[in-house]
Design a protein around this ligand. Structure first.
Ligand SMILES: Cc1cc2nc3c(=O)[nH]c(=O)nc-3n(C[C@H](O)[C@H](O)[C@H](O)COP(=O)(O)OP(=O)(O)OC[C@H]3O[C@@H](n4cnc5c(N)ncnc54)[C@H](O)[C@@H]3O)c2cc1C
Length: 499
């Protein structure tokens, strides 16, 4: 027993000493290249490595804060020379804290440029910009917008390279679809531009499966004229039984896929206490919206026993609409932003050709109406419409199509469901029973849901790497492996569920 303990202590000592050695080699290299760094002993270290999801406690050895593309190159070369894994921190909002998963973290917070070319209307956006700041700047530069998610603190780096859905995405596409080119640094420190005509394979990989293929330093994004009138709308129902809720869900699910034009951002949200909310944004005039939504409301009212829902319909300008969706001011500090949650989430992507059946929905609602969440944990389900009439997301070629310039895999989706649960006060400790609570939502729906694809931006850390790759990137996995072997044969750039 004592001999085993001694051996264990010795190997621990060797491991610690090896870690200290490579850390000091890496640190020396970064210092020689004059790249600003933070070490575990530096003031502010704890804040620097704190992810959005406090379920995780990442433990990188060094954080580099490059200020220029040349410094990104130097930092990556230091890691490459010493075979050290690098991850990139954009906005830090990965569900699995993957931006902080490397031994060396590159924090892109210094890359805060947002410019608009007034002729082409192409925006140049630095890789450290948060979505709220990007929206504010593009509007002030030319009343322009880019499709993206609702949370102002999410970073463009991890959002645009994996997907990026907003309620305007059926109208304009996902954020990833707006990328016309990127400047980036490869795993060996080489700076490249990737576009539909330059480094095409890398471009295809970066647009959908990006993390782990290169460090993007700057994006060129197509922008759109921000609609002058935006109707932020929601209707809240409460159905007494699982069967009634399943009936209403099926009505809303079908109506969205068959009747929601691309100008209507559309989704269904479920919360504890039988709250059933249909909500979205209409990008157009109020009178048109009223006429469009009336048939859906009539059907849901019948399903609701003739009772009117609680409604909220606001006519807003572009920035006010985004602010209303975020539930917070869009202006967000690049550093010192301190919003958090402690959570676990899964996603499923239903095909337009196979919406959830009444049986699966009844089983889901039976589960939701009876389950007792652990330790007062809270949950929500959000089903956003990605498909439907005219959806730009689905108008683009499948990732496997020879004409495709994007590895984003879900071009025939009906809805993307997010199944999400979190601690009552959003803070640790994370109760491990939250995981089976969420998994139970999917398993309740039976085989129909079990093997569905998943949406990479909602990283599910409970999936093993191979399973995650298939669920996120489907038939694109083989091509992504080939590209990874070409651009990063030593596996320096790290994404735990990527390549
Ligand atoms: C509160 C909240 C709301 C959200 N809302 C939406 C939504 O409405 N719609 C939606 O589609 N998604 C949404 N998401 C998911 C979000 O899009 C992803 O979590 C996204 O990956 C976060 O990007 P980030 O840069 O903030 O995160 P990070 O953790 O910094 O990065 C995420 C991944 O991208 C990599 N990465 C970051 N920057 C770069 C770069 N410059 N080059 C290469 N790789 C890079 C990281 O290494 C990591 O693997 C939301 C997430 C949260 C937490």
């Amino acid at each position: 027993m004592r001999a085993t303990t001694t051996l264990f202590s010795l190997s621990l000592l060797l491991a610690v000493s090896a870690r200290n050695t490579y850390r000091s080699v890496l640190t020396d290299c970064l210092n020689t290249a004059s790249v600003p760094i933070l070490l575990t002993s530096t003031t502010g270290w704890a804040d620097e490595i704190e992810p959005y999801n406090l379920r995780f406690t990442p433990a990188p050895s060094v954080v580099a804060i490059p200020r220029t593309q040349a410094e990104v190159q130097s930092a990556v070369k230091c890691a490459h020379a010493n075979k050290i894994r690098v991850s990139v921190k954009g906005g830090g909002h990965s569900y699995g804290a993957y931006g902080l998963s490397g031994t060396l973290v590159l924090d892109m917070a210094e890359f805060q440029t947002v410019n608009l070319d007034q002729t082409t209307k192409i925006a140049t956006v630095g890789a450290g910009v948060r979505l709220g700041n990007m929206a504010n700047k593009l509007f002030s530069l030319g009343k322009r917008g880019v499709p993206h998610g609702t949370c102002e603190g999410v970073g463009i780096g991890g959002h645009a390279t994996l997907g990026g859905f907003g309620l305007d995405s059926r109208l304009w596409g996902l954020t990833v679809d707006t990328i016309s080119s990127v400047t980036a640094v490869l795993a060996n420190g080489t700076a490249v531009t990737a576009s539909a005509s330059q480094n095409k394979e890398l471009f295809w990989a970066l647009r959908g499966a990006g993390p782990g293929f290169a460090v993007v330093t700057s994006f060129k994004l197509k922008t759109f004229a921000a609609p002058a009138v935006n109707i932020n709308w929601s209707y809240t129902y409460s159905f007494p039984t699982p069967a009634a809720a399943a009936t209403a869900f099926q009505i809303a699910q079908t109506w969205g896929q068959q009747s929601a034009p691309k100008e209507l951002g559309y989704g269904i949200m479920l919360f504890p206490g039988n709250a059933f909310i249909v909500r979205g944004v209409y990008y157009g005039a109020k009178a048109k919206y009223d006429a469009l939504i009336a048939p859906l409301l009539a059907k849901l009212k019948t399903a609701h026993g003739g009772v009117e829902p609680t409604k909220s319909v606001k006519t807003l300008g572009w920035i006010d609409s985004l602010t209303d969706l975020a539930g917070a001011a869009l202006a967000t500090p690049a550093r010192g932003y301190d919003a958090h949650d402690t959570f676990y989430a899964k996603s499923i992507v239903t095909a337009e050709s196979a919406p959830l059946s009444f049986e699966a929905l009844t089983a889901l609602f039976t589960y939701l109406y009876t389950v007792v969440p652990p330790s007062s944990a809270q949950w929500m389900i959000i089903a956003n419409l990605y498909g439907g009439p005219g959806s730009v997301i689905n108008s683009l070629p499948a990732s496997t199509d020879p004409s495709s310039t994007s590895s984003y895999a879900h071009r025939t989706a009906g809805y993307v469901f997010q199944l999400y649960a979190y601690t009552a006060n959003s803070l640790p400790p994370f109760d491990a029973d939250i995981i089976p609570l969420v998994e139970g939502m999917v398993t309740a729906m039976g085989e129909e849901a079990a093997d569905l694809p998943a949406y990479a931006p909602y990283a599910d850390p409970e999936l093993g790497q191979a399973e995650a790759q298939v669920r996120y990137w489907g038939d694109g996995v083989a091509r992504l492996k080939v590209i990874k072997a070409q651009v990063d044969p030593m596996g320096i750039l790290y994404n735990p569920q990527g390549f």
